[in-house]
Design a protein around this ligand. Structure first.
Ligand code: PGA
Length: 255
């Protein structure tokens, strides 16, 4: 951490998990947050089907809610898609954009990610823009090149002066139990901060840079202590209130 004025963020990405009964987990997290300092933001992004109910359940608590994707258009003939305006209309405040599972499974390029990021700004949502290299790219020594390219292409110029979040998620560490070393994480996060500083002068110190990829209660403290790591994007461990709260606790004590 220790990156100036950044307000840390612990964000849960439920992916395609959760039926209506999962709202009990939301209530547990919302209540559980009361026992910790509010020095960090806490967010859960459930599947779109639950966003309305989850947002209603979290109302009045410190837990924020968001979506996992949005379309770039505000409305129109896009069967099955959800717009940023629809997400904001439910009272949610964030949207994850360009997760590697969407880049891989739905062919989302950085250009598409930038258009969706514009949509998030248009609707008043805070986008969490995801970047990260594959194992093949890392082994070829291309990590910094890949994340720099993704960063340049995925964040539109209109982000200047707006609140947004960057999540570094090495693809090989997502859902695999393989965690990037603190050295690997630190190297990329330093670079991301440097690039943001060059592109958005005066703003880089306020942009949270999250690490994601197999973050769990037992490794969170170590990862969150790395300089320029301002929180986490958590998949598997966000599905259990106890685990997710333990990561939040690690974050506020790393502050
Ligand atoms: P994981 O997922 O914590 O299950 O590795 C992280 C993510 O994909 O956001």
């Amino acid at each position: 951490m220790e990156s100036g004025m950044v307000r840390p963020l612990i964000a849960g990405n439920w992916k395609m998990n959760g039926l209506s009964s999962a709202c009990e987990t939301i209530a547990e997290v919302a209540k559980g947050l009361e026992q910790y300092s509010d020095a960090a933001d806490c967010l859960i992004c459930p599947p779109a089907t639950l966003l309305s109910k989850v947002t209603e359940t979290a109302k009045g608590s410190r837990l924020k809610t968001g979506a996992q994707d949005c379309h770039s258009a505000a409305s129109g003939a896009h069967t099955g898609d959800v717009s940023a305006e629809m997400i904001a209309d439910l009272g949610a405040s964030y949207v994850i954009i360009g997760h590697s599972e969407r880049r891989a499974d739905h062919g989302e390029t950085s250009e598409i990610v930038a258009a969706k990021t514009e949509a998030a700004f248009r609707a008043g949502l805070t986008p969490i823009i995801c970047i990260g290299e594959t194992l093949e790219e890392r082994e070829a020594g291309r990590t910094i090149e890949v994340v720099s390219e993704q960063l340049a292409g995925s964040i539109p110029a209109s982000a200047f002066g707006k609140a947004f979040v960057v999540a570094y998620e090495p693809v090989w560490a997502i859902g695999t139990g393989k965690v990037a070393s603190t050295g690997q994480v630190g190297e990329v996060h330093d670079k991301v901060r440097e690039i943001l500083g060059e592109r958005f002068p005066g703003q880089a110190d306020q942009t949270p840079i999250l690490y994601g990829g197999s973050m769990k209660p037992d490794n969170a403290a170590e990862l969150l202590a790395v300089e320029n790591v301002d929180g986490g994007l958590i998949g598997g461990a966000s599905l259990k209130a106890e685990d997710f709260l333990a990561i939040y606790a690690a974050c506020v004590s790393a502050k």
